[in-house]
Design a protein around this ligand. Structure first.
Ligand code: HEM
Length: 239
C-alpha cells in the first residue's frame, strides 16, 4: 500500500509531467469542446474545494487532526491536473494563460511548502520534546548533588579522580561522575536549544513561503473568475 506521502509525490509527478507534456505537445481546441469544458469545470470545482481547508482552519477553528491537510493537497493536485488537460495548452486566450501559470505556481508553491514546511515542523517538535526530557533529567540529577560539590566542580577544584589515595575516594569519584553527567546534560540542552532556534528561523521562512502560496491562490481565483466570465461573455464554442 502506498502512504499519503507517496500518493502526494505521485500526484505531483503526474501534474508536473502533464504540464510539461502539454507544453511540448499542445492539443489546441480541446478546451473549447464539450468534454473540454466539462473537464475544466470539474477541475475548477476541485480547486475550489481546496478552500475547505482554510475555511475549517480559520472560520471553524479546526486545527491539527480535526482538519487534515491531505484532502486539500489531493484537491489541489487533481483539480489543476484536470485543468491542465482542459487547457490543452492553448495560448490563444491571454487570461487562460495567466490562469494556467497562476495555477502552476500555486501547485508548485504548495508542493514545496508541503515537503519543506512539514520537515521543519516535525524537527522542531521532536527537538522540543527531547529538550523537555533532558530538562526533567537535569532537574532529577541535580537533586542528587549538593550545591557545594557543584561549585567546587565548576571551579575545577573537584579532584576526586586524584583522590584515590584518600579513604573516601570511591564516594568522591561518584560525585565527580555525577557532576560531569550533569554538565553533559546541560550541554545537550544548550545544543538542542540552539538547534531549535535555527529551526525556528527556517520555520519563519516557510511560514512566509506559505503566505506566497496564499497570495498566489487569491490571484488564481480572481483570474479564474475573469476567465469564466469571459467564456460566458464570448460564448461557448460548442453551443
Ligand atoms: C489549486 C490549488 C491550491 C489552492 C487554491 C491552495 C490554497 C491554499 C490556501 C488558501 C491555503 C491557506 C490555508 C490557511 O488559511 O492557512 C493553503 C495552505 C497550504 N497549502 Fe494549498 N492550495 C492549493 C494546492 C496545494 C497543493 C497542491 C499543496 C501541496 C502539495 C498545498 C499545500 C499547502 C500547505 C502545506 C499549506 C499550509 C497549511 C497550513 O499552514 O495550515 N496546497 N493552500
Amino acid at each position: 500500500m502506498i502512504d499519503d506521502k507517496q500518493l502526494t509525490a505521485w500526484l505531483a509527478t503526474i501534474f508536473v509531467s502533464l504540464a510539461v507534456i502539454f507544453l511540448v505537445f499542445p492539443v489546441p481546441g480541446f478546451g473549447g469542446t464539450g468534454i473540454g469544458h466539462l473537464v475544466g469545470i470539474v477541475g475548477s470545482l476541485l480547486m475550489l474545494m481546496t478552500l475547505i481547508y482554510p475555511y475549517r482552519k480559520r472560520i471553524l477553528d479546526k486545527k491539527g487532526r480535526k482538519n487534515p491537510l491531505n484532502p486539500h493537497i489531493y484537491y489541489g493536485i487533481v483539480g489543476p491536473t484536470l485543468v491542465v488537460v482542459h487547457s490543452g495548452h492553448k495560448f490563444a486566450s491571454t487570461i487562460g494563460v495567466v490562469v494556467f501559470l497562476g495555477m502552476l505556481l500555486v501547485v508548485l508553491s504548495g508542493i514545496v511548502g508541503r515537503f519543506l514546511f512539514k520537515k521543519v515542523n516535525r524537527s522542531v517538535r521532536e527537538q522540543k520534546k527531547e529538550i523537555d526530557t533532558l530538562h526533567d533529567l537535569f532537574r532529577q540529577r541535580k537533586t542528587a548533588i549538593s550545591r557545594e560539590d557543584l561549585e567546587r566542580y565548576l571551579a575545577g577544584q573537584v579532584l576526586y579522580e586524584k583522590d584515590e589515595a584518600e579513604t573516601d575516594a570511591p564516594a568522591g569519584e561518584v560525585v565527580y561522575r555525577k557532576c560531569r553527567e550533569l554538565q553533559e546534560i546541560a550541554h545537550a540542552i544548550a545544543e538542542g536549544e540552539q538547534a531549535v532556534k535555527t529551526f525556528s528561523t527556517v520555520k519563519t521562512v516557510f511560514t512566509r513561503w506559505i503566505l506566497i502560496h496564499i497570495y498566489l491562490s487569491v490571484f488564481l481565483f480572481a483570474m479564474l473568475l475573469v476567465h469564466i466570465l469571459s467564456t460566458f461573455y464570448y460564448g461557448f464554442r460548442w453551443l
